[in-house]
Design a protein around this ligand. Structure first.
Ligand code: URA
Length: 183
């Protein structure tokens, strides 16, 4: 078992898939490694690739506000992605890329041991919960796996594209806030 610093060193050197060749920075993840709650997105975009930090672009700023809306701070939570290197033109990560990167996320989850995992969007839900998940139909439903409660909800980018989804998203976040208080 690695600690987060050791794991970060390993991930920073990763060349397991072709995404490594165009990256400026690896985006491992950030936040409180004792967090009770972990948010998992899809993969770094341009600003994340430029800075090496997850969710710092427009979608990230919205995520930060959503976290604050449920009475948490960004520093209280842990934030990571399915893939740690930016896919070209922000395309959805290929299955092969996600599968090669997933062991890193599993280590991160094993280190942080959150009580709640929030899957942001379809890609995150697909690899963490099940291939069968359809985000529009299945969002807001709790899944229990091992010691974790897992909930799929919309990716903040989806909310920026379609603000009519914000109402459902807020229901999910209130639900997350209430669950967290009970755990
Ligand atoms: N979108 C994601 O899925 N992850 C990030 O880190 C940024 C944008």
């Amino acid at each position: 078992m690695y600690n987060m610093n050791e794991l970060t060193e390993i991930i920073n050197k990763c060349r397991r898939c072709s995404l490594h060749s165009k990256r400026k920075n690896v985006v491992v993840g950030e936040g409180n490694i004792d967090a009770k709650i972990m948010f998992i997105g899809e993969g770094p975009g341009e600003e994340e690739d430029n800075t090496g930090r997850p969710f710092v672009g427009r979608a990230g700023q919205l995520l930060t506000r959503m976290i604050e809306a449920i009475e948490l701070k960004r520093e209280d939570v842990y934030i990571a992605n399915i893939v740690k290197c930016r896919p070209p033109n922000n395309r959805v990560p290929l299955e092969e890329e996600a599968i090669k990167c997933l062991p890193y996320l599993r280590y991160q989850v094993a280190i942080v041991r959150p009580k709640i995992i929030v899957c942001l969007g379809a890609t995150s839900a697909k690899y963490i919960i099940s291939r069968e998940i359809r985000i529009t139909k299945d969002r807001g439903v709790w899944y229990q796996k091992g010691n974790f409660y897992i909930i799929p909800t919309y990716h903040p980018s989806a909310l920026l594209r379609d603000p009519s989804k914000k109402k459902d998203s807020w229901e999910d976040f209130k639900n997350i806030r209430d669950k967290l208080k009970k755990l």
